[in-house]
Design a protein around this ligand. Sequence first.
Ligand SMILES: Cc1cc2nc3c(=O)[nH]c(=O)nc-3n(C[C@H](O)[C@H](O)[C@H](O)COP(=O)(O)OP(=O)(O)OC[C@H]3O[C@@H](n4cnc5c(N)ncnc54)[C@H](O)[C@@H]3O)c2cc1C
Length: 413
Amino acid sequence: MTKPADSVVLKTTCCIAGGGPAGMMLGYMLARSGVKVIVLEKHADFLRDFRGDTVHPSTMEALYELGLLEDFLKRPHDEVTELSGRIGETLVKVADFSHLPTHAKFIAFTPQWEFLDFLSQAGQRFPEFQVMMSAEAVDLTQTNGRITGVKVAAKDGPLTIEADVVIAADGRHSTLRDKAGMAVTDLGAPIDVLWMRLPRKRGDPGEALGNIGTGYVFVMIPRGDYFQCGFVVRKGGYDDLRKRPLKDLRERIAKIVPFMADRVETLKRWDDIKLLTVTIDRLERWWRPGFLCIGDAAHAMSPVGGVGINLAVADAVAAANALASPLARGILRDANLADVQYRRQRAVRLMQSLQLAIQDRVISAALDSAAPIDPPAIVRLLNGFAPLRRLPARVIGLGFRMEHVRTKDIHAR
Ligand SMILES: Cc1cc2nc3c(=O)[nH]c(=O)nc-3n(C[C@H](O)[C@H](O)[C@H](O)COP(=O)(O)OP(=O)(O)OC[C@H]3O[C@@H](n4cnc5c(N)ncnc54)[C@H](O)[C@@H]3O)c2cc1C
């Protein structure tokens, strides 16, 4: 008799959907504490561009506490201790990380696949850690209102994974939070980002990450021999741009960053430019019995400030702290899941409010402006008084609530 197609059933303690920063960090930390984990990642590899590039001091402090920082910093990265930007014609310094009370007093700019691959490799030493690539979580299984597992479309066919708890870390378009019927509040993001690469040469002026001026916001992130660039447009603006020849966009970029004039020709076709939609939203409730959302699945972050990865990691650290022991002992209660939301939601709300304010008052204002733009008073103050630049560095680098590792490595001798 042939078996039904979905008859393969695996059992684990924690099944995490999504091998992004939140999912990989939580998977690593739970396995380190002796909890059996399966992390599902729908793609075959971590090699995608759109994930963001920043690993902040708070995340590196967690890596330090896990004994991983030294090895992580052997991966390719650029260390940035000060954030600067060009507003109109003026170069301004806005944040100084060199005084933070952390072991890494800088932002590490590194392609996110390096960070994810690093965690995936580091987790291999734990027998409890399993990452399944090309495995998409497509649905949940439930019994009497409690979520009991995940249905997976894996490369070798469908399977069901039964687990004591299912974690949705599957990002801002989370399938599992929809399947769980979680109510999402959209906070509105009127912008999108066109993501592209431009060559980087020795001797390029390196200091301005953000360029804000009359009608434009253009971000340049150094990555080895190229810049990962983000050209911010109003929602729907991409379609308008595409009605015009690509050369118009090249000319605009060359005007914003004149030293790029001889390199914009490397943008040969519209396929060289990816549209990344920006979303800011959050769940009112992050959990249901047997189920918890973390990272962008619980609260999608905008790219403003480059803080989304670090909030996702902070959620993961808080979740591991709250869940590792009850899961290892088989006594998980709903209150443990509620604790994670309780601990994290205020810091998330504050950061989203800040992102919305910057989005409306700085980014949208610049995109809509026809008059020359000067740095606002607060930015001039930061630029003029170096000690003040420690404050934005704390908010960006540590967030509103830093999470410390409170779990044990049961494999340590
Ligand atoms: C244009 C743009 C630029 C950004 N730049 C930065 C930046 O520089 N720095 C920063 O800190 N933040 C940045 N962000 C925000 C940041 O990307 C997110 O906040 C962060 O990645 C959230 O991490 P996460 O692990 O929760 O989700 P994600 O990083 O989205 O990871 C989710 C993972 O789940 C996988 N997945 C999805 N669905 C399924 C499924 N059904 N089954 C299995 N796997 C699934 C995905 O493939 C992905 O690997 C940016 C956002 C945008 C839109």
